[in-house]
Design a protein around this ligand. Sequence first.
Ligand code: C5P
Length: 221
Amino acid sequence: FQPKLLQGKRVVVTAGPTFEPIDPVRGITNLSSGKMGFALARAAADCGADVRLIAGPTALETPWGVVREDVQTAQQMYELALSAASGADVFIAVAAVADWRVAHVSPGKIKKTGDGLPPALEFVENPDILATVAHLPEPPFCVGFAAETDDLDNNAAAKRVRKNVPLLIGNLGPDAFGREDNEVVLYDEHGVTRLPRADKTALARELIAVIAGRLPRGLFN
Ligand code: C5P
């Protein structure tokens, strides 16, 4: 562990789920505790980085030394992430962003009709935050995560190319959510690296060291 590994570097992390309202009392969301993203934000701050953590709804405490901004929807996360990413050195997208939002949010609570017919909800696709940042003219070093239920290797490798990110981290198994530990696979332009199952704090430190090793070197580092 090196406390000055990311000294002077600006790191942006998205974490947690997003929440897309249907009406004032209901919404759709994704499974995500935020633990992996918060652990990465903390590990980057421990290595001396200036860290901005853009978090969807979670029950977690802000890691020491990290600047945290809370959002609810994918659209809010997109706007904050894009402004934070300009000039950043590293962008780590860990958030489980809802792929769709409800097209017309009802201003009042939707009532049951009595005829047994459920409401018909229309969905629109949310912007892909990571792909947008990674396609900027001068993007930060971008890292994505992938949680797949099937064929992780092929899906993750394809996702890495489609989103234009140098490094994509695959979660092994859908049971990564909410756990204290995780098992991940790294996909980059050289291929596949499997890391042993580890506590999320230890894993975050290891991943931050991998990311730091991939950053362009300046005059003094
Ligand atoms: O396409 P998929 O959702 O599986 O990709 C997961 C990766 O992309 C994660 O790093 C996630 O944070 C990011 N993502 C995003 N914006 C979205 C969807 C996913 O930044 N709208």
